[in-house]
Design a protein around this ligand. Sequence first.
Ligand code: KIV
Length: 290
Amino acid sequence: MYGAGDPRQAPAARAKLTVPAMRARKGERPLTVVTAYDFTMARLLDEGGVDALLVGDSLGMVVQGHGNTLPVTVDEICYHGRAVARGARSAHVIGDMPFMSYQVSPMQAVETAGKLMKDGAFESVKLEGGAAFAEHVFRIVSAGIPVMGHVGLTPQAVHALGGFKVQGKRPEDAEQVVRDARALEEAGAYAIVLEAIPPDLAAEVTSAVSVPTIGIGAGAGCDGQVLVCYDLLGMYRGLSPKFVKRFAELGAAVVEATEAFVREVGDRTFPGPEHAFKPNGFATEDRPVH
Ligand code: KIV
């Protein structure tokens, strides 16, 4: 469709990362997962080489501005999922199961997972919780839907946990995290997110299970890492946990660019003659598209 060298051409296609390929990365090259909520960000992160994109219920906080993830609905996850799926050329796309969309029963869990796959265009789903949700995971996996587990700090339980706190610090709590991860593996989860647990516990869980562990605030001993895209890019201005590394400061760049736009419109230096149409010209002529 586009000529050779046109930047609108698709980059040399990498194969879509499948669930078996992700499982095979256990103990090999670390997996990279980043959250995404829209087409443009998904396309950029995919181009950057990320293995998987997670439409996390973190969207309740970083997109919708809530103080926690509880208000997010299945329809909202599906809406963002469809946009992200259109941007993901090779990255695997995972949909988060929101609060109270699966906790009621294994049957409710299967129905919600099915809706995410059909309406949200996801390739797998993720749910929070350990042994108490093993039956839910088993039923979803039995329906042919791959499931990523999530233990340690489970943000949907923020009120029960008394805040977004590090988990598994006491020996009995650490043992429970290991039991939870094992139960998820046994139920058929293909990978497990370990959130906000001490690094030595994360390393112990990683060697206790045969599926990849994906850490967030869990140290370097996991089989992969996940970050929220706005944290990674330095755009989120709210609560920033200690484990976040801002790989760029795009928030400051956005403010700076906006200030320049406001200034240039105000002093009439934008738009310049180069931004005006030529007679009989096309709207996109002479314009590099990145
Ligand atoms: O909702 C989310 O974005 C998540 C990741 C931070 C793991 O669950």
